[in-house]
Structure formats: C-alpha cells, structure tokens
Ligand binder design. Structure first.
Ligand SMILES: Cc1cc2nc3c(=O)[nH]c(=O)nc-3n(C[C@H](O)[C@H](O)[C@H](O)COP(=O)(O)OP(=O)(O)OC[C@H]3O[C@@H](n4cnc5c(N)ncnc54)[C@H](O)[C@@H]3O)c2cc1C
Length: 303
C-alpha cells in the first residue's frame, strides 16, 4: 500500500512525485513508456516560456527538469502495462498480474496525437508516415512532404522539414493557421512551403511506401492528388483517459473534470497536467498542478 500512485511520468507526474517525496509521502510513479518525460520527447525546438529554465529542446529541458528524480526517494516504474484501474478502491491492476494500491491516485496521463481516420493512415505507419521530423530527418531528406494540421505542432514540423525537404505542403481545415505568431511568421519566409487553407487530406496513397496524398479543397467537387514521399499528421491531441473514462466525470471534449483542489468526481482521485488542462496545456501548468496536488494530499494525511 502506497500513499500515492501517480499514473504518467510527463512534467505533471514528475513534478507531483518530486513534491510528494519532499512532503514525506510514500509515492510510486508509473509510466508506460521506456523513459519518463512524456511530450518533452516530442519538442524539437527551443523552450523559452518556462520561468527560470530555458532549453534548446525538450530533451535538454527534461534533463534539467528531472535532475532530482534519481536522488529522490520515490519509486519510478517505466514500461509498465496497466490493465485496469479501480478509482474507488485506488487499485491498479498490471498486465503482469500484480495489483498495487494506494490511498490517493493521481492521473497525469497527458494527451496523445489525434488521428485522421482516413484510408492509408494506419497502413503506411513506418512506411512514409512521419513520426518525428528530427528522428526521421534522414529518411525524408530530399523528398517532398505534406503536413496535415494548422497548429503549433504542424507549423514546427513544417519548419523543421524545410531544412531537408525540397517542398513542404501544409494542409489545414481553417481559413487561418492557429499556430503561434512566431511560427506563422517563420512559415511566411520559407519559399518551399505551400499552405492549403480550408482543405483536407482525404487519402494517403502508395504501394510499399507513401507516394501521394489526395487533397480536397473547400468548394471543390473532386479531390486532387499530389505526389509526396512523406506525410505528417498533426491535427491536435486527445486526452489519455482510456483507463478511467467510464469511472470519472469528463468535460464535453473528454478531458477529466477537476475542482480547485484538482480532485476529480471521485474522492482522493486527482487529475493534473494536460489530461485535465484543455485550455492551458503547458509545462508550467503541469508542473504547478503537480505541486498543488502534493500539497492537497499532504494536508489530508497530516495528523
Ligand atoms: C511539439 C510540442 C511543443 C511544445 N512546446 C511547449 C512549450 O514551448 N512550452 C510549454 O510549456 N509546453 C509546450 N508543449 C506542451 C507540453 O509538452 C505539455 O503541456 C506537457 O508535456 C504536459 O505534461 P503532462 O505530464 O500533463 O503530459 P504528457 O507530457 O503528455 O505526459 C503524460 C505521460 O503519461 C504517460 N501515460 C499515458 N497513458 C498512460 C498509461 N495508461 N499508463 C502509464 N503511463 C501513461 C505518457 O506515456 C506520458 O509519458 C509542447 C508540446 C509539443 C507536442
């Protein structure tokens, strides 16, 4: 029996674990991936908006953000496969057959990329679907590519790919890009980037590898095909609530609902970071939520 089990080791989970440890709570941090850090692994540009800590990319930020994790007293289990969670009894059932339990449960499972649900999207995973513009840079060098989406992630991916790809086509549904101004300004200076607003990619085509995309522009009757060697789908995110969504109250977009103590609809079950912060999905919020939840929990166990 632990005082606190935290599900997810992104910035929110790491911050909560460090704070719980500092406040003397017996804490276990569970992460399904091989490494802690969550979305920080997907940030390839500089981070300049976290007070007091700047970094060239998410990896560098993670190193400094989690410096204290190895000296701290809490346990971190990575590559953990959680089968199910019972929020009322605070039990976590692992695929390995083990069951663990705590007095308080903190859900910090963040968000994942949304998918388009179009033909070719699953079929070409690993065969032309771009997972990471940095990691896959050499794979797509010299190829024309298409990015689907108009937010920060789409813009950042497009900018990174211009360094190695002859042309980059950005296809998005809205009239204007939603990406932050800094990215939009940079996109406008890149001559190899073409933007198709009010458009949708409706199919990814190829034999062994991606060879083309089908694009449908607003007001057009038929889609047209454009030859590309790679496609990145960056159309936003959805919260990782699969383990608890039938047991806790969600908002209309599926994010976990919390009160000012960050407590969900079940007593002593909390949600922190992106999984419950639709309007402020940032490292600062995730980290602040981690501190808040630890303080709230500590106040409930205090004699
Ligand atoms: C390209 C990009 C650029 C960004 N730039 C900035 C920026 O400049 N400044 C800023 O403040 N923010 C930025 N962000 C957002 C920031 O990274 C997130 O707000 C932050 O990571 C949220 O932290 P989190 O811990 O709530 O969630 P996440 O980082 O999503 O971490 C959640 C963790 O939970 C784990 N998990 C999920 N499901 C389970 C499960 N069932 N069992 C166990 N573990 C599970 C995941 O594997 C993950 O490690 C950016 C994000 C991206 C993608």
């Amino acid at each position: 029996m632990h005082d606190v089990i935290i599900l997810g080791a992104g910035p929110a989970g790491i911050s909560a674990a460090l704070w719980c440890d500092e406040l003397g709570l017996d804490t276990l941090l569970l992460e399904e991936r091989e490494e802690i850090g969550g979305q920080l692994h997907s940030i390839h540009g500089p981070i300049r908006n976290y007070p007091g800590l700047e970094a060239a990319n998410g990896g560098e930020f993670l190193e400094r953000f989690s410096e204290r994790v190895s000296d701290a007293d809490f346990d971190v289990w990575t590559s953990v496969e959680i089968e199910k969670v019972n929020v009322k009894s605070k039990q976590v059932f692992l695929r390995s057959g083990e069951t663990i339990q705590s007095i308080f449960l903190v859900i910090a499972t963040g968000v994942r990329r949304r998918s388009l649900g179009i033909p070719g999207e699953d079929e070409f995973k690993g065969r032309g679907i771009i997972e990471s513009p940095t990691r896959d840079r050499e794979l797509f060098a010299g190829k024309d590519v298409c990015i689907v989406g108009g937010g920060d992630a789409a813009a950042e991916n497009a900018l990174l790919l211009t360094e190695v790809c002859p042309t980059v086509t950005l296809v998005h549904r809205n009239k204007k890009l939603k990406a932050r101004r800094e990215f939009v300004e940079q996109l406008q200076t890149q001559h190899c980037i073409t933007v198709f607003p009010e458009s949708a990619v409706t199919r990814i085509i190829g034999k062994d590898q991606v060879e083309a995309v089908e694009i449908l522009r607003k007001d057009a009757i038929k889609p047209f095909q454009m030859a590309v060697g790679g496609v990145a789908i960056r159309i936003g995110v959805e919260p990782n609530t699969g383990l608890v969504r039938d047991q806790l109250k969600l908002d209309e977009r599926g994010y976990l609902l919390v009160n000012s103590d960050l407590e969900t609809s079940v007593d002593n079950v909390f949600a922190i970071g992106d999984v419950s912060s639709r309007l402020s999905p940032t490292i600062s919020t995730a980290s602040g939520n981690g501190a808040t939840v630890a303080k709230v929990i500590a106040s409930r166990v205090a004699p």
